[in-house]
Write a protein of this length. Structure first.
Lengths: 147, 535
């Protein structure tokens, strides 16, 4: 459900408003070679905290999208079938109940499985990244508060 | 077989009074300490996930759900089951999409979440207005339902007595909210969920036992006794009178799926968990509890039709609000032994507690929003803000009692639909956009909230629920022009579109500012605050 177009339209870089929780790198000094400095900043943004945040963003988005589309999709298909093709839904299925009612009752255990699956994937794929980003934020804050 | 006479009535009366006494005592004993604002607004510092989950489920299963959806399942079969499923789906979507970001960015109210993204007083005031507009109708519905339920269970038909019941229950709800804060209401919600699920499971087991533990037999018997035959097991009974039954059904499900879980009294429980993992676990428990309750409610309501027939149910209430109680009563057979009447009393008590608890937590959500978003400034001392919140509970509660007394003899369905539609058309788009769309601007947010609300308020009076049919709120008038019973099919796209257009039309500079702001809160939004909350 997220509408993130940051990769298509990258925001102009402004040192003061940095996306990462880590303070922006100091402005290039006159003595240093401006070209190599540019390179090091660039290289850092691909490996450092930027990368963690980007990975986390991607993992979160994937998790949210898959979960929401699966849940909504099942229900939307079910509702569409109910409304548009009543003949399919009234065909007898298990135990002589109409197929529609069976599909509806099956949703309760499926919901429960979906919850378990969501918790498992979130713990496996999102939590470690979140911990890393959080750790950096904390580190950064401690640095600011400290000496 | 369906009336409540003698022993059952006196048992119920005793049980109601003991429940009221017990819960009031709980509220006073566990009320927040004097000057701890966090404790008043969010309850316990560390409520375990199971308890928090039960409290969320308690908030989510409102009396309107139990009574209305139970009635629709009993009378319309399949359509009611789909409605119950969309209620469950709504909570599931809340868990998947919003729970964690809300927990990370929110502090006490929905206004906090929105203002974190777009600081400003206008945002907070609008958020509070929409909160009130969405919750006050729901509170009126439930409070008016208290009078109806007590009149039914205790067996009086006197109108003054009913008004007295409504006022008494209203006074109780204000007391719960003002004295207990989040802490007291969380306890009451946990108690309610446990009693509701426990008694419901016993009743459902009894009903299934009657039908030889075979759901197909149960459903077939219900279809035979419903008077609709095979149509009971397929779609179409609920909207049979409308012009476009298919679209009407889609519209209603849309309102429930998007609106149900985004109402502020449910989302406010997301702020109380300790960590990301705890909020996820709490939501798992909540979804499981609600799924279990929906299974129980389906069995009990279908069992009511199977055991006593649809005619008896409509005779008790034309919309079948009492179907859940009737099903429970019928499950015990004609003569009640003492343990059976005790069990049945537990069921009525559970419904009574559901009414009280859900109204109380809605009052609390409104009061918190009024106090924290409008009345209090950042420099207000905590003690004063707490006093403001308690006064706000009074300020919200008294008009609600008045409205409930005035409207108790009318059809209250449009008010419940109004709540869900506002949740779906104003609150859900605003939360989704502001948590996930980085270009979303302040103008866009205000346009979503105001545009969604206005579109619902303009369209809803035109539906057949308000006028034009004998079942509507004003049966004598006819200004019905809108072809559906719910407005969601038009108002939800309107809400999303208002936000989109206003954001696109806002000046480029404010769009860039919005993106910068989003980038600065993104680590917190995705990963959570660096220090554990409330710690």
């Amino acid at each position: 459900m997220s509408a993130d177009s940051s990769e298509l339209h990258p925001l102009r870089h402004r040192p003061a408003r940095h996306a990462s929780p880590v303070p922006p790198s100091p402005p290039p000094t006159r003595q240093s070679n401006s070209k190599s400095n540019w390179r090091s900043v660039r290289a850092r943004s691909w490996t450092g905290p930027h990368r963690d945040l980007r990975l986390l963003r991607r993992a979160c988005r994937r998790q949210r999208r898959v979960a929401a589309f699966a849940a909504l999709g099942y229900f939307a298909v079910f509702l569409a079938l109910t409304v548009a093709l009543p003949s399919v839904m009234t065909a007898p299925a298990l135990g002589g109940l109409p197929a529609g009612l069976c599909l509806a009752l099956v949703q309760l255990p499926v919901t429960w499985l979906a919850v378990l699956f969501y918790e498992y994937t979130a713990r496996r794929h999102v939590d470690p990244l979140a911990r890393r980003v959080r750790h950096q934020t904390q580190h950064h804050r401690d640095e600011q508060v400290g000496p | 077989m369906t009336d409540f006479k003698g022993a059952a009535q006196s048992w119920s009366l005793v049980a109601f009074f003991s429940v009221v006494t017990l819960t009031l005592l709980l509220c006073v004993v566990t009320g927040p300490d004097r000057d701890d604002l966090d404790e008043f607004y969010t309850g316990y510092r560390f409520l375990s996930p199971l308890r928090n989950g039960l409290a969320i489920a308690g908030d989510y299963i409102s009396a309107a759900t139990v009574l209305t959806v139970g009635g629709i399942i009993a009378l319309c079969g399949y359509d009611g089951v789909v409605l119950a499923l969309s209620t469950l789906l709504s909570l599931l979507l809340l868990m998947f999409l919003l729970a964690e970001p809300l927990h990370h960015t929110g502090r006490f109210t929905m206004g906090d979440v929105l203002a974190r993204r777009m600081p400003g007083r206008a945002v907070r005031i609008t958020a509070c207005a929409v909160t009130l507009a969405a919750l006050v109708p729901m509170m009126v519905v439930q409070l008016a339902g208290v009078g109806q339920l007590l009149a039914y269970v205790l067996g009086f038909s006197d109108s003054t007595m009913r008004t007295g019941c409504v006022v008494g229950a209203g006074a109780l709800m204000i007391t719960y909210a003002a004295l207990g804060g989040m802490r007291g209401t969380a306890l009451i919600q946990i108690l309610k969920t446990v009693i509701l699920l426990g008694s419901g499971l016993v009743v459902a087991a009894l009903i299934l036992h009657t039908f030889g533990w075979s759901p197909p037999t149960l459903f077939r018997t219900a279809a035979r006794n419903s008077g609709a035959g095979h149509n009971y097991l397929r779609y179409g009974l609920q909207f049979a009178g409308g012009k476009h039954p298919a679209l009407d059904m889609v519209s209603t499900q849309c309102a429930i799926v998007l609106g149900g879980a985004s109402l502020p009294h449910v989302t406010m429980r997301m702020y109380t968990a300790g960590s990301t993992r705890q909020v996820r676990r709490a939501m798992s428990w909540a979804v499981s509890a609600v799924a279990l309750f929906i299974a129980v409610m389906t069995v009990v309501a279908v069992g009511a039709t199977a055991l006593i027939g649809a005619k008896t149910i409509t005779a008790a209430d034309p919309r079948g609000s009492t179907a859940y109680l009737l099903g429970a009563r019928a499950a015990f057979g004609t003569d009640l032994s003492r343990p059976e009447s005790l069990l049945f009393t537990t069921v009525t008590t559970a419904i009574f507690l559901t009414l009280l608890a859900s109204v109380a937590s809605m009052t609390l959500a409104c009061a918190n929003s009024l106090a924290h978003d409008i009345a209090a400034r950042p420099d207000t001392p905590p003690l004063r803000e707490m006093a403001l919140a308690r006064l706000s509970a009074l300020a919200v509660g008294i008009p609600v009692i008045g409205l409930a007394v005035l409207s108790q003899h009318r059809s209250l369905q449009p008010l419940a639909i109004l709540s869900f539609c506002l949740g779906a058309s104003a609150i859900a788009p605003a939360l989704l956009y502001s948590l996930f769309w980085r270009r979303y601007t302040r103008a866009g947010l205000l346009a979503t909230l105001i545009g969604g609300t206005v579109s619902v308020l303009v369209l809803l009076p035109g539906t057949s629920l308000v006028s034009g049919t004998p079942q509507s709120a004003f049966p004598d008038a006819d200004f019905n022009w809108f072809p559906f019973t719910t407005t969601a099919l038009v108002s939800v796209p309107a809400g999303f579109l208002c936000g989109f257009v206003a954001t696109v039309l806002s000046r480029r500079r404010s769009g860039a500012r919005a993106r910068n702001r989003y980038e600065s809160i993104e680590p917190v939004l995705l990963a959570g605050p660096a220090y554990p909350k409330n710690g």
